[in-house]
Design a protein around this ligand. Structure first.
Ligand code: ADP
Length: 161
């Protein structure tokens, strides 16, 4: 049976930290669906469709290991409901620090109760990516700086703003 995981998040924007999680996820699963959770009441920096384009560009130009194995989709509503609609039984998340752990554990417990068939897999972030966050990238952009060092190689964020 094909092993598929949903990697859900805001990805505003997708960073080197997200890429580290996705690459390790691709070692464990046959395919990844990167799901951009759309929250109509939160504007964000990049509009959701641009976030998706950026992620597609990352994997289009990426090592052949991900060839055709990463799909990017937008979804609204509960992540577990999206998994059910797609028949996906694994959720992939990344853990940087104790704050992430507390949040992810709460989410996992809630999901396990509502969607008992779904298993959450959380991966520890490689140390070099712990300081990387979408929020930091957004702040650098807002202050007029260049966030390229936090983004996957070759991504020109200006194209997606
Ligand atoms: P959300 O709003 O759902 O937290 P994010 O886009 O911020 O969405 O993050 C999506 C997932 O990626 C989360 O599991 C988050 O912990 C993880 N993540 C974010 N940044 C990093 C990083 N630098 N290293 C590893 N995981 C990360």
């Amino acid at each position: 049976m094909e092993r598929v995981a949903l990697f859900p998040g805001s990805f505003d924007p997708f960073t080197l930290g997200h890429l580290a999680v996705a690459e390790r996820g691709l070692e464990m699963f046959d395919r990844l669906v990167v799901g951009i959770g759309v929250n109509a009441s939160k504007a964000g920096l990049l509009v959701p469709e641009r976030r998706a384009e950026l992620i597609r560009e990352v994997f289009a130009g990426h090592a052949s290991a991900s060839e055709g194995r990463v799909e990017v989709e937008l979804y609204e509503g509960l992540t577990g409901d999206f998994c059910r609609r797609r028949g996906i039984r694994h959720i992939l998340r990344g853990l940087r620090n104790p704050a992430d752990f507390i949040y992810e554990h709460d989410m996992e417990m809630a999901n396990a109760r509502i969607f008992p068939e779904i298993t959450t897999v959380a991966l520890f972030t490689p140390a070099e990516y712990i300081p990387v966050s979408s929020r930091l990238v957004r702040e650098i952009i807002t202050m007029g700086g260049d966030p390229a060092g936090f983004l996957p190689r070759g991504i020109d964020i200006k194209k997606f703003l």
